[in-house]
Design a binder for this molecule. Structure first.
Ligand SMILES: Nc1ncnc2c1ncn2[C@@H]1O[C@H](COP(=O)(O)OP(=O)(O)OP(=O)(O)O)[C@@H](O)[C@H]1O
Ligand SMILES: [Mg+2]
Length: 354
């Protein structure tokens, strides 16, 4: 089970949009996801149209008249996708917890009870570095820091990294972090300038995925859904699917390794075959067939060996193929291959099975 906090004290940089859509995209990939709304503004809760009397406040507060566990407050919103909702009362928790011992462990303790029920737990943080954000980071193994490329976007990131570092060292809880570019507008030159500056400074801790500006992400939240369900084929939805795969596959291997493995498996299914023709007098020889649309082009040219034989090695998928050689402009069958089939032009094509 992975716990991921989505934090940045800068307001409006895409934390909630990321939390909701990443959760939805991971759930579509058949992983069980819980999104904990840890922001008193309750934007994730409201953006998913959840109406609930109870909230994460009842779980974390010692003074509440109705003490509940996470299991009591969880609401299901989509297949595999549950939410622990927030409400405005959460705002009072900061003060309530100010004198409590172990106050930064509250969420961590609460999560223990349900951790085997989920593959991923995402935590949407408020736009400050108070006790709620500290609780989220202490409960998490990784922090996603959404950064929207504007002039002031990097202000505060280093302060957040200091907090992550303090939690790692003082509370003996190592936490990874990665920056995520959000609301990227590729029409603006300054977006690229800021992107380059971020790459230069944080290259080792930056998601490959970039979230572009996309109106469907806004519309989806107004309609009470994730964009992944509201507008599955939108750019916004696709970006969050990419992010989900970047996160899911990192656990087992890096995305690059997975791509390499997939290519290897594909290549295994391909057969390598060498076509040859003995003709010392020919000036140029091509091979044409089903596999290259019968086109005598440069890449289908045979090479001449010293002994006067012509060869071409091709990599083809398993199957049956018709082909011919084109020798100095004349089409002819392969004389060394007895397998042939009549064609529509009154002649024969050579036949090969791979
Ligand atoms: N990629 C995007 N394209 C277009 N609009 C976006 C995108 N990401 C977020 N928005 C919009 O920008 C606004 C702020 O986004 P969001 O609420 O996700 O930020 P936040 O960091 O959670 O804010 P807060 O700090 O207040 O919690 C919202 O109206 C949201 O719909
Ligand atoms: Mg938010």
């Amino acid at each position: 089970m992975s716990v991921i906090a989505i934090a940045n004290q800068k307001g409006g940089c895409g934390k909630t949009t990321t939390a909701v859509n990443l959760a939805s995209a991971v759930a579509v990939n058949s992983k069980r996801v819980l999104l904990i709304d840890l922001d008193p503004q309750s934007h994730a809760t409201l953006g998913l149209n959840i109406e609930s009397q109870n909230s994460i406040y009842n779980v974390l507060s010692t003074y509440t008249s109705e003490k509940l566990t996470l299991k009591d407050i969880i609401v299901n919103v989509e297949a595999n996708f549950d939410v622990a909702p927030a409400n405005i009362l959460l705002g009072t928790l900061e003060q309530e917890l100010s004198d409590e011992i172990g106050r930064e462990l509250k969420l961590f303790e609460a999560i223990k009870e349900i951790e085997s029920d989920y593959d991923y737990i995402l935590i949407d943080c408020p736009p400050n570095l108070g006790i709620l954000t500290v609780n989220a980071i202490r409960a998490a193994q990784e922090v996603i820091i959404p950064v929207e490329p504007s002039r002031f976007s990097l202000i505060g990131v280093d302060r957040l990294l200091e907090i992550i570092d303090l939690i790692s060292t003082r509370l003996n809880h190592p936490v990874k972090y990665r920056l995520l570019i959000t609301m990227f507008d590729s029409r603006l030159r300054h977006s690229f300038q800021i992107l380059n500056a971020i790459k230069e400074k944080y290259s080792a801790n930056l998601f490959k995925t970039i979230i572009h500006t996309n109106v469907k992400l806004k519309e989806a939240s107004l309609s009470g859904q994730s964009a992944v369900t509201y507008a599955k084929y939108s750019r916004g939805s696709k970006d969050y699917f990419y992010l989900a795969s970047e996160i899911m596959y990192r656990k087992e291997a890096s995305l690059d390794n997975i791509m390499r493995q997939m290519v290897k498996e594909k290549v295994k299914q391909l057969g390598e075959i060498t076509f040859s023709l003995q003709n010392p007098n020919a000036q140029e020889v091509y091979i044409v067939g089903d596999f290259n649309n019968w086109k005598a082009s440069e890449e289908n040219k045979l090479s001449r060996n010293n002994g006067g034989s012509w060869v071409k090695r091709l990599t083809l998928r398993p199957g049956t193929y018709h082909y011919k050689f084109v020798v100095d402009g004349e089409w002819q069958e392969d004389p060394s291959n007895p397998n042939k089939e009549e064609n529509n032009f009154g002649g024969y094509n050579s036949l090969i099975e791979i």
